[in-house]
Design a binder for this molecule. Structure first.
Ligand code: PMP
Length: 361
């Protein structure tokens, strides 16, 4: 068996130790005589797995007791609808940041229900920078401010939570939750699909403050899209994504054993410092993002001549470096370096990039 370095934006690499544990427990979890895939979701075995995962996530992020943690389905995109349906009245003003493709998808969905006001806009710099705070415009009457903490496609990341001036702050952390410590009290709601930093696809974490659970959803909101119903049922209103939940729990334990989110942040900085430094100095590769706001998860770059893109990707694959192609909407390359990317993966990528530039520069 030879495992490759997978730079996919998601589903992404998982820690090898986690995969090995899944393999070892696949047929018989903890002497239960069953696979986690076969367990009833309301039985004692799965209840233990689910509660432990929640407890570990709470510990990792120091989640205060006035926040509920939900394990839902439907991915990040379902949250684009659940947020406006549950947290604002029909046609009410909601504020959004527009910092890249994922913000835009969230905005489009919110427009179905609400009046969207763009409060923080990166359109003017083609999504390569965050506007200065003096240019932000957050209306006092907005039901909330939604922003995308890390734009997975543009490689643009907030280095700290925006000041929402008392309005509940809603954060899409689909591609960077668990990559850094957070001050949870700053947020009304945080959501993240799992398939990048947290586990396999099929499950989505939602961290929601109690007072927002009390808001009345838009009347037509289906039961399955109501936060309150999921919270009252401990995320077991319907059959959850049991196996994905279990694997996320193993990833949470792994993060704890590695030194927690502080250590994840240190590693992410080390990985990306090295890569951005090389890209800037190379004269062959280019990253367009303002250096203060470059993503520590998704490093985007272009080659000096886009005619070389195909050769770059083909040769990278031969060297065991997979899925470096940038998102189809922006082109170029993207190296996604989530928590599970080992140091050796970054070293191999750098070596390959150096050799390629030397050959083709
Ligand atoms: N938000 C962000 C920032 C993302 O990167 C993604 C997925 N790439 C999503 C939302 C959508 O997630 P899903 O595909 O699970 O719906």
């Amino acid at each position: 068996m030879s495992r490759k370095f997978n730079f996919s934006a998601g589903p992404a690499m998982l820690p090898e130790e986690v995969l090995q544990q899944v393999q070892a427990e696949l047929l018989d979890w903890n002497s239960s005589g069953m696979s986690v895939m076969e367990m009833p979701h309301r039985g004692d075995f799965f209840e233990g797995i689910a509660n432990q995962a929640e407890q570990d996530l709470r510990e990792l992020l120091k989640i205060p007791s006035n926040y509920k943690v939900l394990f839902l389905q439907g991915g990040g995109r379902t949250q684009f609808a659940m947020v406006p349906m549950n947290l604002a009245k029909e046609a009410e003003c909601v504020a959004y940041s527009n910092t890249g493709t994922w913000s835009q998808f969230a905005i489009e969905e919110a427009k179905r229900y609400n009046t969207v006001h763009i409060a923080i806009d990166s359109e003017g710099n083609n999504y390569t920078n965050l506007p200065d705070k003096s240019e932000w415009n957050i209306p006092d009457n907005a039901a909330y401010l939604h922003y995308t903490d890390n734009e997975t496609i543009q490689g643009l990341e907030f280095s700290q939570a925006p000041d929402s001036r008392g309005i509940p702050l809603i954060s899409d952390m689909s591609s960077n939750l668990l990559s850094k410590p957070l001050e949870i009290n700053q947020y009304g709601l945080i959501y993240a699909c799992a398939q990048k930093n947290l586990g396999p696809s099929g499950i989505t974490m939602v961290i929601i403050r109690d007072d927002l659970l009390a808001r009345e959803p838009i009347v037509s909101t289906p039961s399955m899209l109501r936060y309150k119903i999921h919270a009252e049922n401990n995320s077991l209103y319907n059959t959850p994504a049991c196996f994905a939940w279990y694997v996320c729990g193993l990833v949470f334990k792994w993060v704890k054993n590695q030194g927690g989110v502080e250590e994840m942040a240190r590693r992410a900085k080390a990985r990306t410092d090295e890569l951005y430094h090389y890209i800037d100095a190379s004269g062959f590769y280019n990253n367009p993002v303002n250096s203060a706001h470059r993503s520590k998860m998704n490093v985007v770059f272009t080659l000096k001549d886009e005619k070389l893109d195909g050769t770059f990707l083909k040769n990278a694959e031969k060297a065991g470096l997979m899925n470096l192609k940038g998102h189809r909407s922006v082109g170029g390359m993207r190296a996604s370096l989530y928590n599970s990317m080992p140091k050796a993966g970054v070293a191999a990528l750098l070596q390959f990039m150096r050799e390629f530039a030397a050959q083709h520069g």
